[in-house]
Design a protein around this ligand. Structure first.
Ligand code: GLN
Length: 542
């Protein structure tokens, strides 16, 4: 029998519910139990793919090409899972299914309602994942906060789940903020109490409350939370602010949360094993070096837009015992004031991330040119890869107005162009080239040194690609495409052999980076930044 853990949130969103959910999974895994995770997003979008990163943070891409909520990234990183599109359930998805069934006549004669038809569809999805995944526990995080109108059908569905699978097989965990007032330095539990009341009004009594607070909560705050939450003090835990997010499972387990959950779900009590996790956390927290990275992007104002990239850079840093300090720079700044590009010489590495549309692209091109001409280690991802090709075409191949047709449809040299199979596609939702595709890596290249493999599988999310009409010209001038699709027609990795480290990929290595197992291209970049800083003549890759 699969055990169901449901995580809800109160007071406000972005209090780290995703991290608490991931941490619960980690505590169970550390005791030898198998878990998987679902994220529920109550918005009406069918998936996150059509949302601007400023609205929603990064779009996380799964192996099977799902464009999902960024919390799936946290689950994958913490729990080393490869989740599927179906692990992210949205209102849009659920209603789409119910309406399709209605049109087909599946409910013929009946009035189709939120309860039971929509709630049944939610439960069906949760159950089907539980059945397929062959796990001991299925964790489900409900996005948003208790009391949001759009979250109600989901909360109703998880309320019903307890009736159906039993008290001993379900666990409700409520995560809520406990603010500390600036003036009096007092911990305020009242908002948390209200959110618990709201949850109970819906019919859910939490079994565990996790207080999210800047500091470890006081005995008095804990007593109040237990009393007004109607739970024993042993069921109240505190996720206080720590230096690294990866410490959260450790601090919660120390408070007894792992043992409490096991007892409550009828799992055997086992001693947790955090050996590898702790080794990673120690490497992360005790660096011997530091590198400064300039991330030149168009969503620089919201760190969550680049969360998987940030984490991949940190995983790579931990592997080199190096602290990675990232400065987010709006690319448009360079367009407004070209002299500012010079400030990039103060960085050990330049990173150009993914992106869409024309805004900021000229600024990014300036940054790429600066990296290439000044021998500064460079990594480009997806749009960063495409822009590197454009920069090379313009300034090395002398194709002056080379561009992508995404940026300028009338460019005389469309070195980046829409993929043939994209022509005629009108719908924007889930129509890019998505998910894992095979890549053939050329022996004798930097890519081969890093991946140590002639065949790799990486995740994608793009509509445009290198135009083969320009391949010969680019290669003749010294650009090496060291990774290509299996049929050789799609350029996947580029590098410049005469540069200290100039590397870019059409795919997104960050989605497969894990603590203790950094992604090869991010590792290569950080190691190169460090080796350059240490005065080595070329990067030393193991
Ligand atoms: N806008 C580019 C494309 O669609 C790059 C996409 C990306 O960076 N993810 O091909």
């Amino acid at each position: 029998m699969v055990k169901y853990v449901f995580v809800t949130g109160g007071v406000l969103s972005s209090v780290g519910k995703g991290i608490v959910t991931s941490s619960i999974g980690k505590m169970l895994q550390a005791r030898g139990y198998k878990v998987t995770v679902i994220k529920i997003d109550p918005y009406v979008n069918v998936d996150a793919g059509t949302m601007n990163p400023y609205m929603h943070g990064e779009v996380y891409v799964t192996d099977d090409g799902g464009e999902t909520d960024l919390d799936l990234g946290w689950y994958e990183r913490f729990l080393d899972l490869n989740l599927k599109r179906e692990n992210n359930i949205t209102t849009g998805m659920v209603y789409k299914d119910v309406i399709e069934k209605e049109r087909r006549g599946d409910f013929l004669g009946r009035c189709v309602q939120i309860v039971p038809h929509v709630t049944d569809e939610i439960k069906r999805r949760i159950r089907s994942i539980a059945k397929k995944s062959n796990v001991d526990a299925l964790l489900t995080e409900v996005g948003g906060t208790v009391g949001d109108i759009e979250g109600l059908p989901f909360l109703e569905a998880i309320r019903q789940m307890r009736l159906e699978v039993g008290y001993g097989n379900t666990l409700y965990v409520h995560v809520a903020l406990v603010p500390i007032l600036d003036v009096t330095k007092e911990m305020k539990t009242k908002p948390l109490q209200h959110s618990v009341n709201e949850l109970r009004r819906i019919g859910i009594q939490p079994d565990i409350i996790v207080a999210r607070c800047n500091k470890m909560i006081t005995k008095e705050a804990l007593r109040k939370i237990a009393l007004f939450g109607t739970i024993p003090k042993e069921a109240v835990f505190c996720s206080y602010t720590v230096e690294s997010i990866y410490q959260v499972p450790l601090i919660l387990d120390k408070q007894g949360m792992g043992d409490f959950i096991c007892r409550r779900l009828g799992f055997q009590q086992r001693k947790p094993n955090y050996r590898e996790w702790e080794a990673f956390v120690n490497a992360l927290l005790n660096p011997e070096h530091e590198v400064k990275i300039a991330l030149v992007g168009k969503y620089a104002g919201l760190v969550d837009s680049y969360v998987s990239m940030n984490e991949a850079l940190r995983h790579a840093g931990a592997a080199c015992r190096t602290k990675v300090s990232i400065q987010y720079i709006e690319a448009e700044r360079f367009e407004q004031n070209p002299k500012e590009v010079e400030s990039l010489k103060n960085f050990d590495g330049i990173f150009v991330p993914y992106g869409f549309g024309p805004r900021g692209t000229e600024g990014k091109l300036m940054a790429i040119r600066f990296a290439r001409e000044n021998d500064i280690p460079f990594l480009g991802i997806c749009y960063g890869f495409q822009l590197s090709v454009i920069e090379f075409a313009r300034h090395v191949c002398n194709l002056k107005e080379a561009n992508s047709t995404e940026i300028n449809p009338d460019t005389p040299y469309p070195v980046i162009d829409l993929m043939p199979e994209q022509r005629g596609i009108e719908y924007k939702g889930a129509t890019m080239r998505l998910g894992v595709h095979k890549i053939i890596v050329k022996p004798g290249t930097i890519a081969y040194t890093l991946y140590k493999n002639g065949e790799i599988y990486e995740r994608h999310r793009h509509r445009f690609e290198v135009n083969l009409d320009y391949l010969e010209k680019l290669e003749k001038n010294g650009l090496v495409f060291s990774g290509k699709s299996a049929d050789g027609r799609r350029m996947e990795i580029l590098e410049l052999p005469n540069h200290f480290f100039f590397f870019a990929s059409q795919f997104h290595g960050e989605f497969k980076s894990r603590p203790g197992r950094p992604d090869p291209e991010y590792y290569g970049f950080i190691k190169a930044c460090l080796d350059k800083k240490l005065g080595k003549l070329k990067p030393e890759f193991p």
